[in-house]
Design a protein around this ligand. Sequence first.
Ligand code: SF4
Ligand code: SF4
Length: 431
Amino acid sequence: MPQVYNWQLGRKMSYPYDEAHPRLQFAFVFNTNRCIACQTCTMACKSTWTFSRGQEYMWWNNVETKPFGGYPHNWDAKILNLLDKANPGGQRWNDKAEKSHEAPFGAFDGKTIFEAAEKHYDEQSAQRVLGYLPTDQEWSAPNIFEDNARGGQWGSLGQFGQSTQLPEHKVWFFYLQRLCNHCTYPGCLAACPRQAIYKRPEDGIVLIDQNRCNGYRKCVEACPYKKAMYRTTTRTSEKCVGCYPRIEGKDPELSPNGEPVETRCMSVCVGKIRMQGLVKIDESGRWASDPTNPLYYLIRERQVALPLYPQFGTEPNGYYIPPRWVPRAYLTQMFGPGVQSAIEQYSCPDRDLLAVLQLFRATQQIIFRYDVVKGPKVAEIEVTMPDGSSRVQEIYNDTVLGYNKFGVEVVRTTVEEPVFERDAALHANSI
Ligand code: SF4
Ligand code: SF4
């Protein structure tokens, strides 16, 4: 089987197809610390793309409450169990492996969904990817266990030990926002016997050709994130289309001059937790160095945003700033070995990081480049770090600028939120 390089695993891995990469890659960062689970993103997606017959159980975007919630139910526990069975006790990160820019988390010594399938299925087998088909029951109740907490008087979560990381809280849960990760090495694409799934060279968005799809549901079985879904009325599979007309700048109202605009689920985010963009891929298939792209900065430069279950091996292009209060063992199995560093950086962001964090939901247009104009120091704040120690955070009122694909300024905001005092005499209802 061909070998492809997976930077999240810090090594090559087997994959059914040779390496091939787009010029730009659709990617996004979610700040889990800010989500309020209002599901506005979910409904924006639903009302745009999946409102028709046969799509009743189709939630391309969903927000689930961890540790118990999941759509389909227990999707991650089930695939993790399958991987563990395929490679008992071996699903480990090698923390002694050398770290570098191309392998920032060291190396994953376990087996990916592609490698585990190689071991467990012979050449003739139709299964190229380790996976499973969820039952109808598992596709029901998309928001099951909403707001169910764990820890404190209800006890710990087995192997994950303590109730919560921050002493102020006795129990924990957090919201995990999910959609198709438009993976670099998609499991859905690898498994499709009809070659109906393709990755677009211009933006890395993964699509299912509805004319070629015969509804074998191999993609549903193989996507470890369970983001390919079967529609009974058309007998084909469907998945998130990355709102590609918006990415192409085809919305005449939002993009009169062809400016790429973020997807529906990103643009509507009430908690301002989401930022989506396009990152440059160089000729060798690696992320081109582009430190003034906010996504590159957060993901590759600072590693404050981490991939979801990188050990699956699909190199997902969705990245998460992990929640500060959740037991680290739970987060590490979900986001890999970068968790501690990401949380420390986010808990007391330095000047540069704080500036870039202002760009979340500051515009609907995709920001290709940002710039910071230095401002005066306006405050010093004492911050309690997750381990209980104190740190002093210096706040500077810098101005952050964002530019679109054509280099036009589309954002200008400051770190310190301006205060406007209304004239009481002009507003009868002022209090
Ligand atoms: S719209 Fe934003 S805040 Fe609301 S559930 Fe979705 S990701 Fe969370
Ligand atoms: S998340 Fe699933 S459906 Fe989306 S590209 Fe990856 S494997 Fe395919």
